[in-house]
Design a protein around this ligand. Structure first.
Ligand code: KIV
Length: 302
């Protein structure tokens, strides 16, 4: 059975069969005007929740560097670290498309190295697609990956791997020249074979303009409501990012609050010797217990 042949496994277990999401599915969603849903995930537990909720696409984003590994930027995360987390997500996800971000440096030195690294995500971690940042400068790589049967998701606008070139995390595409540049990049990626494009950190009007000009789906983050779909970083969605949320983030839950109160409750109960209780303890059979106690009576502290 192939790693993505999940429907038959569900059917064998008698579970309701939910169709596997594919790039054809999200292309059809664009054509019929139904929004594409996407979220990042980096581990088994959260990826399961995201997939079971019915999200179309799970991205193992290089935002992993910041929200999971605690770096200031996405730049330090390595291919091996991304592979490790992609495998965990792969084990959890049965229906959504699993896409992996190619980290900084893994496709910037040469096209050949980019193809070699991308094939690792497919072969070693079960990714169904890779995401790369950049436009016209990535055309050859997108062509080569597409030729190697690897669906590619482009990423334009505020591209975090370009943080030093951009001079910070700034909204892109604010002048007509910049809008033209973004559109040219988007069309170049589509012509090269990209299966979808993430549009990040750009005015709503620009994302709408690009979305209308493209045949492939756009997935927006900080790019307004007119993209074909939306993506957010999981940790932003549930308040686990330890930073002031960006303007475009909507928090749908307070995981930090839930975790904090659980941790504080545990801490308190351990300190007061209220955890573990009698019902949370294992016991010897009666006779063995009696024998143990007569052999060495338990002395309680005064
Ligand atoms: O790394 C990431 O999480 C991303 C999304 C923000 C699209 O690239």
């Amino acid at each position: 059975m192939s790693v993505t042949n999940f429907c038959s496994a569900d059917a064998q277990n008698g579970a309701a069969v939910r169709a596997k999401v594919t790039f054809q599915t999200i292309q059809e969603k664009k054509q019929s005007g139904r929004p594409i849903t996407a979220l990042t995930a980096y581990d088994y537990a959260t990826a399961r929740l995201v997939d079971e909720a019915g999200i179309d696409l799970v991205l193992v984003g290089d935002s992993l560097a910041q929200v999971v590994l605690g770096y200031d930027t996405t730049l330090p995360v390595t291919v091996d670290e991304m592979l490790h987390h992609t495998r965990a997500v792969r084990r959890a996800v049965k229906h959504a498309i699993v896409a992996a971000d190619m980290p900084y440096g893994s496709y910037h030195v040469s096209v050949q190295e980019g193809v070699t690294n991308a094939t690792r995500f497919v072969k070693e971690a079960g990714a169904e697609a890779v995401k790369i940042e950049g436009g016209a400068n990535r055309v050859e790589l997108v062509e080569r990956l597409t030729d190697a049967e690897i669906p590619v998701i482009g990423h334009l606008g505020l591209t975090p791997q370009s943080v030093h070139r951009m001079g910070g995390y700034k909204v892109q595409g604010k002048t007509m020249a910049a809008v033209d540049g973004l559109l040219k990049d988007a069309l170049a990626l589509e012509d090269a074979g990209a299966a979808a494009i993430v549009l990040e950190g750009m005015p709503r009007e620009v994302a709408q303009h690009i979305t209308h000009k493209l045949n492939i789906p756009t997935i927006g983050i900080g790019a307004g409501p007119d993209c074909d779909g939306q993506i957010l970083v999981f940790h932003d969605l549930v308040n686990l990012s330890f930073s002031k949320p960006a303007k475009f983030v909507r928090q749908y839950g307070d995981a930090a609050g839930v975790f904090r109160s659980a941790i504080e409750g545990y801490l308190r109960d351990v300190e007061l010797r209220e955890f573990p209780g009698e019902s949370e303890s294992y016991h010897l059979p009666k006779e063995t217990r009696a024998a143990l106690e007569s052999a060495s009576p338990i002395r309680r502290k005064a």
